[in-house]
Design a protein around this ligand. Structure first.
Ligand SMILES: Nc1ncnc2c1ncn2[C@@H]1O[C@H](COP(=O)(O)OP(=O)(O)OP(=O)(O)O)[C@@H](O)[C@H]1O
Ligand SMILES: [Mg+2]
Length: 224
């Protein structure tokens, strides 16, 4: 049975895909059969008749996955809005049963599956029916939270951690993105989040980081 980890974030565009690619690459370079999955992607670019799932394409390229990007994503929407609205506009609603089936298939291919969410933990997936948290629970994954290192992140990160805990999700750690080593405020953000929540900041990524400072064994141990 594959080990799983779900990458969520304090918001959209904070670096889930960028960092997921580094995580999957690190595991693969350490000889682990690591792969990727995303339930719903909106804002896909059209190339001829093909809709390109950009996140999966990026992770595939960076981490050297052999599977077609389309095989790693259940729902691909062209409209660049939240998945619930894109699905309504394109009349193709997310079915949890398909998400579970596809995820099981991916878990049959890889030993370590990194699932990327859309937006944050309360990103709507299907109006009045499905939020990102429901997908996380249905796939039975522990979570890793990506947060920008900037001003305001203490509030956003603690809100996400406390919400996840209140819904009985297992929070494995935080990654701070766009981190500036030696910046007093950002270093304090890191310390504050750890001390207040007890959740470890497992890595910090600087701008254009090509690697994450974390041992592959410690990273692999986050997967469940
Ligand atoms: N550490 C970094 N250095 C340089 N560029 C970065 C870094 N982190 C993220 N980016 C860039 O910022 C943009 C947003 O990042 P990314 O696509 O990973 O966000 P996301 O959280 O996956 O967004 P979504 O919610 O749409 O899936 C991308 O253009 C990405 O290449
Ligand atoms: Mg992404």
């Amino acid at each position: 049975m594959a080990k799983k980890l779900f990458i969520t974030a304090t918001g959209t565009d904070v670096g889930k895909t960028y960092l997921t690619a580094l995580l999957v690459k690190k595991l693969r370079q350490a000889g682990r059969n690591a792969g990727y999955y995303k339930a719903a992607l909106s804002g896909a670019k059209r190339r001829g008749t093909r809709l390109i799932p950009g996140d999966a394409e990026y992770v595939k390229r960076q981490a050297g996955l052999e599977h077609a990007a389309e095989e790693l994503v259940s729902y691909i929407y062209e409209t660049a809005v939240s998945p619930h609205l894109a699905a309504e506009l394109e009349e193709n609603p997310v079915e949890l049963s398909k998400v579970k089936e596809d995820f099981q298939r991916i878990c049959g291919i890889f030993d370590y599956v990194t699932a990327e969410g859309s937006g944050g933990i309360l990103c709507p997936v299907r109006r009045n029916l499905l939020m990102m948290e429901d997908i996380i629970k249905a796939l039975d994954c522990p979570i890793l939270i990506v947060a920008p290192a900037e001003l305001g992140t203490i509030n956003h990160t603690i809100l996400t951690i406390e919400y996840a805990r209140s819904r009985e999700m297992e929070v494995k750690g935080v990654i701070l993105n766009w981190f500036h080593k030696g910046n007093a405020m950002e270093e304090d953000n890191l310390r504050f989040i750890e001390e207040y929540t007890g959740v470890p900041v497992i890595a910090c990524a600087e701008e254009n980081a090509r690697d994450l400072e974390i041992e592959p064994e410690r990273l692999a141990a986050l997967y469940r």
